[in-house]
Design a protein around this ligand. Structure first.
Ligand code: SAM
Length: 384
């Protein structure tokens, strides 16, 4: 993560202005809203050592202008605090091409609008890849299946950017990508709307005891089942036998999806040429393929929408029926304005969001990055 470490001779509280927010624990929060990106810096001072780091929880993309801003900010603070920068990792190796984001990214703010899929896809067939890595598979599919739409989701900053570059080099206009946790966006698709959902090599280091951390839980599988079309397919490739096996058992127990084969999975030489497939082929590992199809229509769900500001009863952390409403921090500036840092959602994978907080209401900031899904709504409801 981008960061800078300073040795300083003054305390940050001596130079704090209205732009800095501070928590009771003495953690400083600095909101940044640049032309192309909005993010938070967190500052922690221990005696003469001041660490400035990018807060990664709201998933800012790490661009050249973000790094440039952070370096100038660190230099400025070093000057004001009579110190110097000890080390940093803010050198710019390549200038970000923002047109890639403009052309290919779907932001969470757009996904929160109910009509987002129809606005980006005017074709009959829709495909989704969860964990697309650097986009090799989707690029090849989108190139050969021009009459279909593709959406790729990825949480790794570097891979996401490489994927966008790949789409652009291939001059694709039937593909979009989301930089966020794929599990959070599944509720944002209509029932019976997707032809194929792909999960290629999702769990490289999977062990049976890691089952509860797997991306493919029964809850996720049920969401996938709902959004697949009748006849649609859930396609999994994995080199990991425990994962293949546990996924089959879970899909058969938790959904009505049926294996396309006369057994739960097959051994395959797929050759989709992704980074991980190439790696496992080199190691001569066996690759397993699971394809599950849907034969019964799912009930429609109500489109999810939410109006801000939202009244919050109190800022106590709560857990109920697996839903989590947790307050991670409350930050105040010199004018008494407040920012609250929350996790909202289900189980071990809630969303991590910053909101403004005023008179008992939370409201959206330029840096708020989140998806309003059912887990989010249920987590908010436990605070009612
Ligand atoms: C082992 S890699 C496989 C990448 C690619 N599919 C391939 O075959 O090379 C798994 C990928 O899934 C991504 N991933 C894991 N959990 C995710 C999530 N919840 N949402 C979106 N992407 C996720 C990881 O960042 C990683 O890039």
């Amino acid at each position: 993560m981008p960061n800078a470490v300073l040795t300083v001779n003054k305390h940050i509280s001596e130079i704090c202005d209205i732009d800095f927010f501070v928590s009771k624990k003495g953690i400083y929060l600095y909101p940044v809203d640049l032309e192309k990106e909005a993010f938070f810096l967190k500052l922690i001072q221990n005696d003469k050592r001041l660490v400035i780091k990018l807060d990664k929880s709201t998933m800012p993309k790490i661009t050249s202008s973000l790094k440039d801003f952070m370096l100038r900010f660190a230099e400025d603070l070093a000057l004001k605090l009579n110190g110097n920068i000890e080390h940093h990792n803010l050198n710019i190796n390549r200038k970000t091409d923002y047109s890639l984001f403009d052309n290919y990214e779907i932001k969470t703010q757009a996904i929160n609008k109910t009509s987002w899929v129809s606005e980006l896809c005017n074709k009959d067939r829709l495909n989704l890849e969860i964990g697309m890595g650097s986009g090799e598979f989707l690029t090849n599919e989108a190139k050969t299946r021009k009459n279909e739409c593709f959406i790729g989701v990825e949480v790794l900053n570097n891979d996401f950017y490489i994927a966008l570059r790949r789409f652009n080099n291939a001059k694709l206009d039937n593909i979009k990508a989301v930089y966020y946790d794929a599990r959070a966006i599944l509720d944002k698709f209509e029932s019976n709307s997707i032809d194929n959902i792909y999960l290629n090599f999702p769990e490289p280091w999977f062990r049976a005891k890691r089952l509860k951390h797997s991306i493919l839980t029964a809850r996720v599988a049920k969401k996938i089942e709902r959004i697949l079309k009748v006849g649609g397919r859930f396609n999994i490739l994995t080199d990991n036998h425990p994962f293949a096996l546990s996924s089959c058992v879970m899909l058969e127990n938790s959904t009505k999806l049926k294996s396309l084969f006369n057994r739960p999975y097959i051994i395959t030489n797929e050759n989709i040429k992704t980074k991980y497939e190439k790696k496992w082929i080199k190691y001569q590992r066996t690759i397993y393929k699971l394809v599950y199809t849907k034969d019964k229509k799912s009930e429609p769900i109500k489109p999810i929408s939410l109006r801000f500001p939202i009244k919050i009863k109190n800022l106590n952390s709560l857990v109920k029926d697996g839903y989590v409403f947790k307050v991670l921090g409350l930050y105040k500036n010199t004018k008494g304005q407040q920012i609250v840092e929350l996790t909202l959602g289900y189980g071990k994978n809630p969303q991590h969001i910053f909101f403004s907080f005023k008179d008992g209401y939370i409201d959206i900031l330029p840096q708020s990055n989140f998806i309003v899904n059912y887990d989010f709504l249920n987590a908010l409801a436990i605070n009612d």
